[in-house]
Each structure stands twice: as structure tokens, then as C-alpha cells.
Design a binder for this molecule. Structure first.
Ligand code: V0V
Ligand code: CO
Length: 141
């Protein structure tokens, strides 16, 4: 069903501050940044190398665009920390149908717009053994 862990997401109030820390202290590289209005987040992808290789896992640094967004509300209840992980697939429609047939609760009826023109959905934490899991089908370039 899945090919690799696409990203692990860290949520905090100030993405720029966290990205600078990753760059200056850990030597990570910023590869992409995007404001996703529908999700209410600024997301910045950082990677251990300056270019992505096929199955490289990125870290997605998230900050809320508005206090009433999902990440804004999450930060009211949690300290900055790990928010979700994302599993990559080539075919989110087939994966979604398969998981639904196995009783897994997905958040959206249809995939939504994600990073870099990907299509995304989420497995509810109740179906993820306490972890919020994103499913991501990257755009074909
Ligand atoms: C909430 N819960 C979590 C959680 N957030 N568990 C693990 N990880 C998280 N991040 C648990 C919480 O402890 C509660 O458990 C239960 O879920 C309900 O929590 P709540 O505070 O009432 O929150 P809800 O139900 O209002 O919202 C939770 C969901 C929400 C998962 C539905 O966060 C959501 O819609 N997430 C999907 C969208 C999203 O996260 N977007 C930001 C990233 P108990 O106490 O009941 O046991 S966007 C992104 O990643 C992009 C664009 C990308 O990668 O391309
Ligand atoms: Co994500």
C-alpha cells in the first residue's frame, strides 16, 4: 500500500524560528515552503540533504496561520512537538478504499490539497493507535 515515510511533522508557534534552528544547528536544508489556507498552516519542508532522493523522509515544520486552525487548537493543548507522520503512496484512491474496507476511519471523503500539489487524507488518531497519520500521494512531475 505504502512506499515510505514521506514526512514527520513538528508543530510549533513560529516556523521561521524552528527552520533557522534546524539549518544553523543541525545542518538541515529548506526545500519547500507553502501556506495552506484550507489546512490553516504554514508548512516548511526540511531535509538532511539539499536535494531529495527517491525515498528520503523530510521533516515538515508546521505553524498555525490562525488560532482556530487544527494546529492552533492543538498547540493550546500540547507543547510544541511531533504532530503527525505521513505515509507516501502512488495511489491514494486505492489505499483509501482498501483502508475503509478494513474499518479505518479517514477524515475526508475525498483527498484534499497538500504540500507541493500532493493529494492528502488523514487516518483519525482513533484508527491510528493514538497517532495522527497522513496519507500523501505526491504530484507526478
Ligand atoms: C488530536 N488528537 C491527536 C492529535 N490531535 N492525537 C494524536 N496526534 C494529534 N495530532 C486526539 C486528541 O488527543 C483526542 O484524543 C482526540 O484526538 C480528539 O482531539 P481534539 O482536541 O478534540 O481534536 P479534534 O477532534 O478537533 O481534531 C483532531 C483531528 C484534527 C485529528 C480531527 O487535528 C484534524 O482534522 N487533523 C487533520 C488536519 C491537520 O492536522 N492539518 C494540519 C497539517 P482523546 O482525548 O479523545 O483520546 S496539514 C499537512 O500536514 C499538510 C498540508 C501536508 O502535509 O501537505
Ligand atoms: Co503533513
Amino acid at each position: 500500500l505504502f512506499t515510505c515515510i514521506d514526512h514527520v511533522a513538528y508543530a510549533c508557534p513560529d516556523a521561521d524560528e524552528a527552520v533557522a534552528y534546524y539549518q544553523e544547528t543541525f545542518g538541515w536544508h529548506e526545500l519547500h515552503r507553502e501556506s495552506n489556507d484550507e489546512q490553516g498552516v504554514l508548512e516548511v519542508m526540511v531535509a538532511p540533504a539539499g536535494e531529495l532522493t527517491e525515498h528520503m523522509t523530510q521533516i515538515q515544520i508546521l505553524a498555525p496561520l490562525r488560532p482556530d486552525s487544527t494546529v492552533g487548537k492543538w498547540l493550546e493543548n500540547n507543547r510544541p512537538g511531533l504532530h503527525h507522520m505521513a505515509w507516501r503512496t502512488d495511489d491514494i484512491d486505492t489505499v483509501s478504499a482498501t483502508l475503509r474496507s478494513r474499518g479505518v476511519r479517514l477524515l475526508y471523503d475525498e483527498p484534499k490539497h497538500g504540500t507541493h500539489n500532493s493529494r492528502i487524507n488523514f487516518i483519525h488518531p482513533k484508527s491510528g493507535k493514538g497517532v495522527l497519520i497522513e496519507i500523501v500521494e505526491p504530484a507526478k512531475h
